[in-house]
Ligand binder design. Structure first.
Ligand SMILES: Cc1cc2nc3c(=O)[nH]c(=O)nc-3n(C[C@H](O)[C@H](O)[C@H](O)COP(=O)(O)O)c2cc1C
Ligand SMILES: Nc1ncnc2c1ncn2[C@@H]1O[C@H](COP(=O)(O)OP(=O)(O)O)[C@@H](O)[C@H]1O
Length: 320
């Protein structure tokens, strides 16, 4: 997949691109609904003998439009999004810098410069996609703005169990610790990339070494608590238990520092500095303040058994 960063104004000429079927959207999560939109573009590209492309934006439009918090946490920060879109077999990924100038483009200007101007012959987006200044362009105005230069598909809302699949819903589920439900909407377990950093060196002493993870990006983290996870270290996946939280047994609540740490089953070896991936499977319990190390380690032992049991039963289900 070729990744192209685009700014407004850009100097590309239409002739520099092969004809494309282009999927448009912010796509945070690359969830099942997003996947439908992208696969629809890919299918059109295959049918017509064109290239498939995805156009997304960075940063999130609400950062520039000032509607929400300045700092947004993502289900799939840009690098994660790139990886997932690449895995879908898309030929081109356009990442458009979402600036005030870009946001001020009239819908027709956006279409002229970023759709027709890139030689897109077909556009696919969710039915509620908007474009151009104040989001005035909608899937109903696209026909008019297309100037007959491309066709388009508006992909209908995807619902699972009568619930719309959306980034907002996935955030809601993650913030309640419901990582299993989130993975139903994502079509894969929720994943986080990060680097192993040093912690307080207490883990090994208490019999449960824990690899402390610094997230590679501003991920939307699941609710604090203890989870059964899989962690990829040096190209191999291992099962483990993860605590995400503030470690109230040892730390004062006055200076809360969030830590993410995984005790990896059947593993030994130093992995500081390694890049890892963590897949979240199920929340086992909330974080607690224990009266001392003995109580904590007894509980971690039970967490471990619960996680082992969870993965064993998953294997029996044949879902692993
Ligand atoms: C499965 C698991 C569950 C944990 N649960 C708690 C908890 O409920 N409360 C708490 O204060 N710390 C909890 N911890 C964090 C431990 O306090 C932490 O791993 C230990 O202090 C070692 O920290 P270090 O890696 O920085 O040395 C948990 C850790 C693991 C691996
Ligand atoms: N089974 C294991 N699970 C997690 N980390 C392990 C394991 N075995 C060895 N390690 C190593 O030990 C470190 C964790 O030990 P710990 O005493 O908790 O130190 P720290 O406080 O620096 O995390 C990990 O970063 C990793 O390098």
């Amino acid at each position: 997949m070729e990744v192209m960063m685009l700014r407004h104004p850009h100097n590309y000429k239409k002739e520099e691109f092969e004809p494309m079927a282009l999927a448009l959207g912010f796509f945070d999560g690359v969830h099942k609904g997003h996947q439908q939109v992208m696969l629809s573009a890919k299918k059109t590209a295959e049918e017509k003998g064109w290239k498939s492309a995805v156009m997304t934006f960075d940063p999130h439009p609400s950062v520039v439009l000032g509607r929400k918090h300045r700092h947004i946490r993502h289900i799939t920060p840009l690098e994660e999004k790139k990886r997932l879109i690449q895995e879908m077999g898309i030929d081109y990924l356009f990442i458009v810098r979402f600036t005030s100038d870009f946001a001020a483009l009239e819908p027709q200007q956006f279409v002229d410069q970023f759709i027709i101007g890139l030689n897109a012959r077909h556009v696919t987006a969710g039915f509620d996609y908007t474009y151009g200044r104040l989001g005035k362009g909608t899937m109903d105005t696209l026909m008019f703005h297309s100037r007959g230069e491309f066709t388009y598909t508006a992909v209908q809302k995807l619902a699972i169990d009568q619930e719309k699949v959306s980034s907002t819903k996935i955030r809601e589920l993650l913030s309640e610790g419901l990582v299993r439900d989130a993975s139903d909407l994502l079509g894969r377990p929720y994943r986080l990339h990060g680097t192993i950093i040093h912690g307080d060196k207490r883990g090994r002493k208490i019999g449960f070494p824990t690899a402390n993870i610094e997230p590679a990006d501003d991920y939307f983290l699941p609710m604090t608590g203890v989870y059964a996870v899989k962690i990829r270290v040096q190209d191999e996946w291992h099962e483990g238990v993860c605590n995400v939280g503030y470690r109230p047994t040892f730390k004062s609540p006055d200076e809360p520092v969030l830590s993410i740490e995984v005790h990896i089953f059947h593993y030994s070896g130093d992995i500081y500095g390694e890049e890892v991936e963590v897949d979240w499977f199920i929340r086992l319990r909330g974080e607690q303040k224990f009266n001392g190390i003995e109580e904590l380690t007894a509980q971690i032992e039970r967490d471990k058994q619960a996680a082992v049991q969870f993965f064993d039963s998953k294997r029996l289900d044949g879902k692993s």
